[in-house]
Design a protein around this ligand. Structure first.
Ligand SMILES: C[S@@+](CC[C@H](N)C(=O)[O-])C[C@H]1O[C@@H](n2cnc3c(N)ncnc32)[C@H](O)[C@@H]1O
Length: 279
C-alpha cells in the first residue's frame, strides 16, 4: 500500500483546482448539466451506472470527485445515504446550495481525494462511486484505490466509470474525417500539461485558468491498483460509446451516450470491485 500523504505536487493541484473552480461557474448554467431539469426531478445518473448500481436504498454511499453534487443528490433521491467529496471550493459550495434547495440531505466535503481518510472515518461506506472524467486528474492510481478501499466496510463495493484510455489516444482530423493515434497509452509519472480553454460542456465561454496537469492511465494499471488495494475485480467492461461528444463526427444514441460511426473502439469503461474481507 502506498503512503497516506497527498501524492499530488502542490503546483499541479493548485492549477487543476483553479481550473475546476472556474469551470463550476461555467458549467452550472449549461444544457449539459441541466440543473433546472435536476431541480424538477431529473435523475442525473446515466444508464450504465443506474443498471449496475441497482437498488441503493439505505446504502451509505461515498461519491468521490462529485463536482457540484448532481449525481450525489440523485443517489440521495434514490434512497442512498450520501456524502460527496471534491477539491473545488466552488463545487462544494454549489453542491451544498443544491442540497438545501432540494431538501435532499447530503454531506459534502472539500478536500483533495487523496486525503479523504484524513477527513472521513475509514470503513464507513457500503459503496464508493466515481464517474466520468475523474482519473485523468489522478497521478497515483494506487493511492486513489487505497483511499477508496479504506473508506469501505469489509464487503463494500466500488463502482467507477470513465473514459477509456483509448479515447485519450485518438486524434480526429475533421477535414479528412479520419482518426489517428497519438503515442500515449501507458501511464507516466510526469503529467501532461493540457491547456483547457473550453470545457467539455461546449458552452459557458472560455476559461482564464486554462493550465491543467493530467495523467494517462492504462487498463492494466486500473486492475492492478484495485487488486493492490484489497479489492476483487468483479467486472471490467469496455464500451464503444462514451458520455460526451469528444469529436464532431460523434452521434448521440437514444440512451444519451455518444458513439463514433463506423468504428468499434473502446472509448469508455466501467469497473465493479468488491472489498475482500480480511481473513
Ligand atoms: C469531470 S468532473 C466529475 C464529473 C462528475 N461525474 C459530474 O459530471 O458531475 C471531475 C471532478 O474532479 C474534481 N477533482 C479533480 N482533481 C481532484 C482531486 N485531486 N481531489 C478531489 N477532487 C478532484 C474536480 O473538481 C471535478 O469536480
Amino acid at each position: 500500500m502506498k503512503t497516506n500523504s497527498p501524492s499530488h505536487d502542490e503546483t499541479y493541484l493548485r492549477a487543476n483546482r483553479e481550473n475546476w473552480n472556474e469551470r463550476v461557474v461555467h458549467h452550472f448554467g449549461t444544457k449539459y448539466y441541466d440543473v433546472q431539469g435536476f431541480l424538477s426531478g431529473r435523475c442525473t445518473l446515466r444508464p450504465v451506472e443506474l443498471k449496475a448500481l441497482g437498488d441503493v436504498t439505505g446504502k451509505r454511499i461515498l461519491h468521490l470527485q462529485c463536482h457540484f453534487g448532481l449525481d450525489t443528490l440523485s443517489l440521495r433521491r434514490m434512497g442512498g445515504i450520501v456524502a460527496g467529496v471534491d477539491f473545488s471550493e466552488a463545487a462544494i459550495q454549489k453542491a451544498r446550495e443544491l442540497s438545501e434547495m432540494t431538501e435532499l440531505s447530503a454531506e459534502f466535503y472539500c478536500t483533495d481525494v487523496h486525503s479523504v481518510w484524513d477527513v472521513l472515518d475509514c470503513g464507513s461506506f457500503d459503496l464508493v462511486f466515481a464517474s466520468y472524467g475523474v482519473f485523468c486528474w489522478i497521478r497515483d492510481l494506487y493511492h486513489w484505490f487505497a483511499v477508496a478501499s479504506a473508506m469501505l466496510q469489509p464487503d463494500g463495493r466500488i463502482f467507477v466509470i470513465d473514459g477509456h484510455p483509448v479515447l485519450d489516444m485518438l486524434n480526429y482530423d475533421a477535414a479528412d474525417d479520419r482518426f489517428s493515434f497519438n503515442g500515449n497509452y501507458f501511464h507516466e509519472e510526469a503529467p501532461e500539461l493540457c491547456t483547457v480553454k473550453e470545457s467539455y460542456t461546449g458552452e459557458g465561454g472560455s476559461l482564464v485558468n486554462s493550465t491543467t496537469y493530467q495523467w494517462y492511465h492504462h487498463m492494466g494499471e486500473f486492475a492492478t491498483a484495485a487488486a493492490s488495494a484489497g479489492l476483487m475485480v468483479h467486472s471490467l467492461t469496455e464500451y464503444p460509446y462514451c458520455h460526451f461528444r469528444k469529436f464532431p463526427c460523434m452521434v448521440q444514441r437514444s440512451d444519451s451516450y455518444w458513439e463514433i460511426p463506423n468504428h468499434n473502439l473502446p472509448i469508455m469503461f466501467s469497473m465493479d470491485c468488491r472489498k475482500v474481507p480480511n481473513v
